[in-house]
Design a protein around this ligand. Structure first.
Ligand SMILES: CC(=O)SCCNC(=O)CCNC(=O)[C@H](O)C(C)(C)COP(=O)(O)OP(=O)(O)OC[C@H]1O[C@@H](n2cnc3c(N)ncnc32)[C@H](O)[C@@H]1OP(=O)(O)O
Ligand SMILES: O=CC(=O)O
Ligand SMILES: [Mg+2]
Length: 537
């Protein structure tokens, strides 16, 4: 068997040859390494896909995929993760999430948070109070005080992805990296309390939007550096990586390998994964997805991805976490609520039977539904012992196009949802209920890139009496009509006082651009920055 160093060299042949070690001696250089890796991903990896290549397994890292090795053993406090509630780092929601009966709570600086400076700083204060056990909140209008129960969920924190800067902190004249700001503030303020409480384990993290194991190597260097600096034993930090980009699904063993001393497994981030699928094949005009509502988890490419993730995690001795069903409780319609609950139950049943060790829930009202499914089908704390050696997944399986139709209603819904989400985001709210579904940055991104893809390649719509192609003109007509509909639905006062017009302009620009922008939120971030140090953003 290859030694660890040999595997590392094979995994990153350019890294050692070019004398650019990923282990760095200062946070500043970690930031620079992160920037360099980001540029590599954008300029080299995506450029190959744009030239016609499709993502695939890397022959250079075959030894990592084929050799026998496992990640460090799972700490007891996170051995049972059958239900994880997720939500933004908002004070009341944090208390509700910690109290709701879920095993874990993923507190989110990412998909469900609009990263205004206020949200970021308040979020850190809220989390510090939560870890200390002192968090409380008074809702004066409802005369209700929120406090923690005796028994609460274990906290996991998801920092922003590498792509987002933090404009309000400047280092050497450059905006700081959002991911590092979120990680470092939380780790610095909470590591001692956290570890004292959880038998020397933690803090725990989720790492989003990774595309390559090189990013995992950067995170591992960040963890080592942070632990060493504060005298925390290496391996105390544990992180679950979201596999939510198409390139990353071909890198799962490699990602776990880089993080093997800090890993808590992988998670199927289905919404960003669908977004990334479209983004990665943006130059492939023959790969147009059907309506967003039809791209469900039973489509072959998504089923293959989840099964391969389970097999990979269990081979390496860590958790394979399921993802988020978008349905949320519908208070005013029992029939619709029963239907939504049944869809969540079916999604969770599929996950537990496939071998997932736990999953996500979007709302406290769904915890008992999800818990029941896992309790009935997973007697132990997890099912890491279920190896799924029967699973055999090829490039073709992971890249198989989903089946379904492209409709005018799909274009309309994407537009209606994209604009309303963006209007909320620009006003400081990063997750919202729209048409009885949870919408966040990842789901909104699907709406944006799907519209872009259909316009760019002139998708022919199904089900129209007269053959209809998606053109810029059709999109403009749909935009106008959907804005009128949104105004009717939300009421004129909210429409006029909200940021709907700005959102529509931004969304349209993003759908109509010749070259697809990487992230909607990166463009939108300019509109929520309060201070621009050095006006460099
Ligand atoms: C693709 C991904 O990345 S998925 C992960 C990221 N996305 C998320 O985490 C979304 C999490 N969910 C949410 O943000 C919310 O559930 C929403 C926006 C979808 C719906 O929120 P609301 O409209 O406020 O729901 P609703 O009015 O039914 O809430 C009822 C109560 O539950 C609370 N609640 C709802 N969702 C959550 C949650 N996820 N965590 C904690 N509390 C919650 C509300 O604060 C409210 O509390 P209260 O009765 O004490 O006032
Ligand atoms: O972060 C989760 C996702 O589905 O995206
Ligand atoms: Mg995501």
């Amino acid at each position: 068997m290859c030694s660890a160093n040999c595997l590392r060299r094979r995994a990153h042949p350019s890294t050692s040859e070019e004398g650019r070690p990923l282990k760095t001696s200062a946070i500043l250089s970690v930031r620079k390494v992160a920037e360099r890796e980001k540029k590599w991903l954008e300029k080299e990896q995506q450029a190959r896909y744009d030239a016609g290549e499709l993502p695939s397994f890397d022959p250079a890292t075959a030894p990592i995929r084929n050799d026998e090795w496992t990640c460090a053993s799972i700490p007891e406090v996170i051995a049972d993760r059958r239900v994880e509630i997720t939500g933004p780092v908002e004070r009341k929601m944090i208390i509700n999430a910690l109290n709701c009966g879920a095993k874990m709570f993923m507190a989110d600086f990412e998909d469900s948070l609009a990263p205004t400076w206020e949200n970021i700083v308040r979020g850190q204060i809220n989390l510090r109070d939560a870890v200390n056990g002192t968090i409380s909140y008074e809702d004066k209008a409802r005369n209700k005080v929120y406090k923690l129960n005796d028994k609460t969920a274990v906290l996991l924190v998801r920092p922003r992805g590498w792509h987002l800067p933090e404009a309000h902190i400047e280092i050497d004249g450059e905006p700081a990296t959002g991911a590092l700001v979120d990680f470092a503030l939380y780790f610095y303020h909470n590591h001692a309390t956290f570890r004292a409480k959880h038998k020397q384990s933690g803090p725990f993290f989720y790492l989003p939007k990774m595309q390559h194991s090189r990013e995992a190597a950067v995170w591992n260097a960040v963890f080592e550096r942070a632990q060493d600096t504060l005298g925390v034993p290496r391996g105390s930090i544990r992180a679950t990586v979201l596999i939510e980009t198409l390139p990353a699904v071909f890198q799962m063993h490699e990602i776990l390998y880089e993080l093997r001393n800090h890993s808590a497994g992988l998670n199927c981030g289905r919404w960003d994964y669908i977004f990334s699928f479209i983004k990665t094949v943006r130059a492939h005009g023959d790969r147009l997805l059907p309506d967003r509502v039809q791209v469900g988890m039973t489509q072959h490419f998504l089923k293959s991805y989840t099964e391969l993730l389970i097999q990979t995690c269990h081979k390496r001795g860590v958790h394979a976490m399921g993802g988020m069903a978008a349905q949320i409780p519908i208070r005013d319609n029992k029939l619709a609520n029963d239907r939504a609950t049944a869809l969540v139950r079916a999604d969770k049943l599929r996950e537990v039977l496939a071998g997932h060790d736990g999953t996500w829930a979007a709302h406290p009202g769904l915890i008992s539904v999800v818990l029941d499914v896992f309790n009935e089908n997973m007697p132990g704390p997890n099912q890491v012992h279920v190896k799924r050696e029967d699973v055999s997944v090829s490039n073709g399986d992971l890249l198989q196009m989903p089946k379904g139709v492209r409709t005018l209603e799909g274009l309309r819904l994407n537009t209606r949802v994209g604009i309303q989400y963006l209007a909320a985001w620009l006003s400081g709210t990063g997750s919202v209920p729209l048409y009885n579904l949870m919408e966040d940055a990842a789901t909104a991104e699907i709406s944006r890139v799907q519209n872009w893809q259909w316009i760019k390649y002139g998708a022919v719509l199904d089900g129209e009496l007269v053959p209809t192609t998606v053109t810029k003109e059709l999109f403009h007509r749909v935009l106008g009509e959907e804005m009128a509909r949104v105004e009717r639905e939300v009421g004129s006062e909210k429409f006029v006082n909200g940021r709907y017009q700005e959102a529509a302009k931004l969304f349209a620009k993003q759908c109509l651009t010749e070259n697809l922008d990487d992230f909607l939120t990166l463009d939108a971030y300019r509109y929520i920055v309060r201070i621009v140090p050095g006006s460099r953003l």
